[in-house]
Design a protein around this ligand. Structure first.
Ligand code: NAD
Length: 368
């Protein structure tokens, strides 16, 4: 019997990149039975609500979903569908691996770390209001609980163990935010000794940003609160090659939703131009979650080889990288087709090919 999976195409480039992931999924031979539901702009047009009940029901029923990005109006308009989905389904752990692929599109070809972000509370709790009638002052409340902090910190250590990683770093700002940051720090200090096989340390968020820009290879698993995790995961995506190649996963106790780090990139919507890799790597994570490890290995390998070859890649990967000349950019659908073509023929057990010269840390652009 096939796996029934909820598919939320989303807005902007969402339908294009989720379609690309479906093309690759078909090539794996794994039977995935997609239940397509709309959230965001298309849902408003159809039902008047950006997050119809049917979306929540579908994810609860199938317990697994592949999601495209959803637009959130800035400043006014409806609340973020993404934040609402995480809170209503209690998807408390946002896991964002940042791994440089084939050394392309990055100044840090050795980057390989994971940001684990608490996804239900903190400054994204949605508790904010105007202080006065003139709207000249505003307040936002950061809610941090011991329960949610313990849960995400344990999740990060357990994930480190499962993935044979050796180092977990807690990121906070407990020197200034003494109660919210302090609570998260205290929870980390209580739990870390229960994992003596894993090295643990702490960084203040500002120092962490500097450390990551200088030597990302020294970090392995980072665990942090909601806003810091959101910012750090974009930073780490940049280190690993850009938003176009950064996948993500949201986990609750029972449910899992896979979505890229990137947003709906409205300026590229409908142009068949966006990089499909982030969404395709979400598919890889989804297949692993379903226990389809061989198919997941094939997808990852096909992505790696397509990027390493640099023949059929989208605009963001077609630029001159560290090692290479620029090439003519391909479309989103052409790159997806190329990855899909490779899926059945790659050998996941062979050493990963790298473009010549990667791994040296040599950056011609910095010298220019
Ligand atoms: P964005 O990630 O959509 O785009 C930022 C820039 O990154 C783009 O202009 C583009 O240059 C690049 N980019 C992003 N995805 C790419 C891809 N697949 N291929 C190539 N280049 C890519 O961020 P934004 O412009 O800040 O946000 C746009 C909208 O998306 C907003 O409404 C925001 O709220 C929403 N958003 C949604 C999610 C989500 O659904 N989880 C996440 C982030 C942002």
């Amino acid at each position: 019997m096939g796996h029934r999976v909820t598919l939320i195409p989303g807005d902007g480039i969402g339908p294009e990149v989720t379609n690309a992931a479906r093309v690759v999924a078909d090539a794996t031979g794994v039977s995935l039975d997609w239940e397509v539901v709309d959230a965001g702009e298309r849902a408003i047009a159809q039902t008047g609500s950006p997050l119809p009940e049917e979306v929540l029901r579908s994810v609860k029923r199938n317990r697994i979903a592949l999601k495209g990005p959803i637009t959130t109006p800035i400043g006014s308009g409806f609340r973020s569908v993404n934040v609402a989905l995480r809170q209503q389904l209690d998807l408390f752990a946002s896991v964002r691996p940042a791994r440089a692929i084939a050394g392309e599109g990055t100044r840090y070809p050795e980057t390989n770390l994971i940001v684990v972000r608490e996804a239900t509370e903190g400054l994204y709790s949605g508790v904010e209001h105007w202080v006065d009638r003139d709207h000249s002052a505003a307040e936002s409340v950061a809610i941090v609980t011991r329960k949610a902090s313990d849960r995400i910190i344990r999740f990060a250590f357990d994930l480190a163990r499962r993935q044979h990683r050796h180092h977990v770093t807690a990121v906070h700002k407990a020197n200034i935010m003494k109660t919210t940051g302090g609570l998260f720090q205290t929870a980390f200090q209580a739990i870390a000794p229960q994992y003596p096989d894993i090295r643990s340390d702490e960084r203040l968020i500002d120092n962490m940003c500097m450390q990551l820009a200088k030597k990302p290879e020294e970090y392995d698993v980072i665990v942090t609160t909601n806003l810091f995790g959101d910012i750090l995961s974009d930073l780490c995506a940049g280190l690993a090659g850009g938003l176009g190649v950064a996948p993500g996963a949201l986990y609750g106790d029972e449910l899992a939703v896979f979505e890229p780090v990137h947003g709906s990139a409205p300026k590229y919507a409908g142009q068949d131009k966006a990089d499909p890799v982030a969404e395709v790597l979400c598919l890889e994570l989804l297949l692993r979650h379903l226990g389809e490890n061989e198919a997941a290995d094939r997808v990852f390998r096909a992505v790696w080889e397509t990027i390493a070859e640099k023949k059929v890649v989208t605009y963001d990967l077609a630029l001159p990288g560290y090692t290479d000349r620029p090439v003519a950019p391909s479309s989103c659908s052409a790159m997806a087709k190329e990855i899909a073509r490779k899926v059945p023929i790659v050998d996941p057990s062979a050493p990963l090919p790298r473009p010549e010269g990667t791994g040296s840390g040599h950056d011609p652009h910095l010298e220019a």
